[in-house]
Design a protein around this ligand. Structure first.
Ligand code: NAD
Ligand code: IPM
Ligand code: MN
Length: 365
């Protein structure tokens, strides 16, 4: 019996709406698979909690989360609370304290109609971005000197440690070797004359241990162009924290939008829980209206199943997303349909029953 304890942080805006659908998927899985059981503990943390308490999470929030097998997060941030406070005190705090230094963001076209790119189909848009998730431009190092004075100076320092850079690049090489795919490093050494020169050197150095992996290295500006014009160049991609953030929204744009883009924040050593989330934000413009697409949040449940070693369920969820994408009526407005978040969730679970892994332990509905 695989028993997993899941911490839920639905968060702000559309976060609770999409997490609710992901949780229903998990409950359906445990209902049909006698080998699996989940327990859920929900935490009320987020911007409303901040307005009530002056904190984004409980004082001992990190300690409380430590005992879980996974964290399932919706979105964080809402008008009224400055973004740098809400994100730094909750989402980024968890990524950092739990050393979730790998951020896995698949950019995979699941239906030909979903890309705005002419003449590109599923086989040309299928990459995995491995984003450094613990330091770099997100180190939070800097200063604000002479605030409000004419001589005001603001410093935001990128921090690229040998340990941090090597481990993410090595992780990416391992993944490329395992999947027998090419590996592309995306950096910017022409302008960032310390950090990215170092990044490129480490990429070459670590590569000596992986002569079997075919590599490419692009500057981030050119890589952005290729993402749009020749996405088939990319299979496994490794890049820094900020570049990975930006490139994966671009990746979402070429594969159906933010309503479909998922991400896993992984602590590979499993010393701490990993965290699964859609990569979109709280979408205040559509919150509370039943318009949010829950498929990104559901895709991140597929990543959670893979992380739990339940890859059959991981792929069953992905195939179900693929299938539902051809049923326009079942989709939310961002994908051209007229369904609500909940209606899409209901239809999804009906279909998933038929994709349930085929072994005798599973009773199919
Ligand atoms: P956003 O991702 O919330 O929204 C961008 C656009 O995409 C909006 O038009 C929105 O309606 C649309 N969209 C996003 N998710 C959707 C979904 N599931 N279905 C349909 N449409 C969807 O980005 P933003 O507006 O720049 O940020 C809003 C807030 O969220 C800010 O406070 C920001 O800091 C925060 N944010 C949080 C996360 C996170 O928690 N992981 C990620 C990004 C932004
Ligand atoms: C993401 C988000 C976060 C990031 C923000 C909300 C801090 O945009 O997960 O992509 O930049 O990592
Ligand atoms: Mn982002």
């Amino acid at each position: 019996m695989n028993q997993k304890k899941i911490a839920l942080i639905p968060g702000d805006g559309i976060g609770p709406e999409v997490v609710a659908e992901g949780v229903k998927v998990l409950k359906m899985i445990e209902e049909v698979d006698p080998q699996l059981s989940f327990s859920f503990t929900e935490f009320p943390w987020g911007c409303e909690y901040y307005v009530d308490t002056g904190k984004m999470m409980a004082e001992d929030g990190i300690d409380q989360l430590k005992e879980f097998d996974a964290i399932y997060l919706g979105a964080v941030g809402y008008p009224g609370v400055p973004d740098h406070i809400s994100l730094w005190e909750l989402l980024l705090e968890i990524r950092e304290k739990f050393d979730q230094y790998v951020n896995l963001r698949p950019i995979k076209l699941l239906h030909p109609n979903l890309t705005p790119l002419k003449n590109k189909s599923e086989k040309e848009i299928d990459l995995l971005v491995i984003r450094e998730n613990s330091e770099g431009e997100y180190a939070g190092a800097g200063d604000w000197l002479f605030k409000g004075k004419p001589e005001e100076v603001v410093l935001q320092t990128g921090v690229f440690s040998r340990k941090g850079t090597e481990r993410i690049i090595r992780y990416a090489y391992e993944e490329a070797r395992k999947q027998k795919k090419t590996l592309t490093s995306i950096s910017k050494a022409n302008a960032l004359n310390y950090s990215m020169v170092f990044w490129d050197e480490v990429f070459t150095e670590v590569g000596k241990d992986y002569p079997d992996v075919q590599t490419y290295s692009y500057l981030v500006d050119a890589a952005s162009l290729y993402f749009v014009l020749q996405p088939e160049r990319f299979e496994i991609v490794v890049t820094s924290n900020l570049f990975g953030d930006i490139l994966t929204d671009l990746g979402a744009a070429i594969t159906g939008g933010l309503g479909l883009a998922a991400g896993a924040n992984i602590n590979p050593e499993r010393t701490y829980p990993s965290m699964f989330e859609p990569i979109h934000g709280s979408a205040p413009d559509i919150a509370g209206k039943g318009l949010a697409n829950p498929l990104a949040a559901i895709w991140s449940v597929s990543q959670m199943m893979d992380h739990f070693g339940e890859e059959e369920w991981g792929s069953a969820i992905l195939s179900t997303i693929q299938e539902i994408l051809s049923k326009k009526n079942a989709l939310t407005p961002d994908l051209g349909g007229g369904a609500t978040t909940e209606q899409l969730g209901n239809e999804f679970r009906d279909l998933l029953r038929h994709h349930a892994p085929l072994h005798d332990k599973v009773q199919r509905g």
